[in-house]
Design a protein around this ligand. Structure first.
Ligand code: PEP
Ligand code: MN
Length: 353
């Protein structure tokens, strides 16, 4: 159920409807839109009796939502969600493309700083780096844990980059939430429902990666889990799915971008690194992701990819990231987007080496 408030409804009237919903034993989610506030009702097993709500002051109408996802849907919020960050001009979902770059894993302070310096100079507003790594083998590098989080906090203060890092389980959320600006939920955890609920109670935005074999509806339902707990700052991420194709690590499904945008107000970004698994495919697929209308990119960059402790094969050299930014800057305006002008501009002459 969805209660649509009148355009001129007061905050008090919105509060009154929320209180009424809660008194009936449900949960109320007031989501302000460009013109009016809509209040989503969750926690109901069956149908909510609309009668008493319809009569309340400030209420325009009560509508039944037939889709399984409610809070992620454009039914509740027509205009795009734009994530903003205190103390930063960076956004995700706004007109400006969000660019997140950095190594797969934080391996040392020296490595992380060398990469952060380069991606910041190239114009990324966000720094990625794993502190806790979900690895296929228990014998592979599992991440530096809190030490990595501390290194990234230093990177934020030195370069002004916002930090994106993954929480792999409920135990790691507390620390990740403390240090990060965005909590990443990895592909393998997209349907870890207790983890989704936990980050739904976090105070930081959540970057939710699509599962290896997840449908569009399953991805939206995973986001619904997070939002149903009260965290409305969710970014979706296409990072490739499993198919029979073996020329890439995964098959990057760019068609999900417009499909998501049609159904949901949430931003969606693309990860061409995990999406292809091959360094030489990252640049062309980044161009395609921007062209298809993605709200941003998350790209793995390493200063010494051949020595990387994880995902070296798909990590760009810093020079290649410069080139990626230069090309993205040219494509973005074609689809009505801007790229932040922070960082040093790359001379056009170096672009097509
Ligand atoms: C990562 O971002 O390094 C990662 C492990 O991603 P995914 O969950 O998409 O595999
Ligand atoms: Mn990786």
């Amino acid at each position: 159920m969805l209660v649509v408030m009148q355009a001129h409804a007061t905050e008090e009237q919105v509060r009154g409807v929320c209180q009424k919903i809660e008194s009936l034993g449900y949960r109320a989610h007031a989501i302000p839109g460009a013109e009016r506030t809509a209040i989503g009702i969750t926690g109901n097993q069956g149908e909510v009796e609309p009668g008493s709500l319809e009569e309340m002051p400030g209420v325009q109408e009560v509508i039944r939502v037939t889709k399984p996802y409610k809070l992620v849907s454009r039914d509740i919020k027509e205009n795009n969600t734009i994530l903003r960050f205190p103390g930063s001009t960076a956004t995700i979902g706004g007109n400006d493309l969000a660019v997140i770059a950095g190594p797969c894993s934080i391996e040392s302070r020296e490595q992380a700083f060398a990469i952060a310096e380069r991606v910041s100079r190239a114009g990324a507003q966000f720094f990625r780096g794993g502190a806790y790594k979900p690895r296929t083998s228990p014998y592979s590098f599992q991440g530096l844990g809190e030490e990595a989080l501390q290194i990234m906090a230093e990177i934020r203060s030195q370069f002004g980059l916002l930090i994106v890092t993954e929480a792999v389980d409920n135990e790691s959320v507390d620390l990740v939430e403390k240090y990060a600006d965005v909590i990443q939920i990895g592909a393998r955890n997209m349907q870890n429902f207790s983890l989704l609920k936990r980050v739904g109670r976090a105070k930081k935005p959540v970057l939710l990666k699509r599962g290896l074999a997840a449908t569009l509806e399953e991805l939206l339902m995973a986001a619904e889990y997070v939002m149903s707990e009260g965290n409305y700052n969710v970014v979706l991420c296409e990072r490739g799915v499993r198919t029979f194709a073996d020329h890439t690590r995964n098959t990057l499904d760019l068609s999900i971008v417009p499909a998501v945008q049609r159904l949901s107000h949430l931003p969606i970004i693309v990860d061409p690194s995990h999406g292809t698994g091959k360094r030489n495919k990252v640049l062309p697929l980044s161009r395609a992701a921007v062209a298809v209308g993605a709200d941003g990119l998350i790209v793995e960059v390493h200063n010494q990819p051949d020595k990387a402790l994880s995902d070296g094969m798909q990590s760009l050299f810093p020079d290649q990231f410069d080139e990626l930014m230069a090309q993205v800057r040219q494509i973005a305006p074609v689809v009505g987007r801007t790229v932040t002008q922070t960082g040093t501009q790359v001379p056009v002459a170096t672009m097509n080496r």
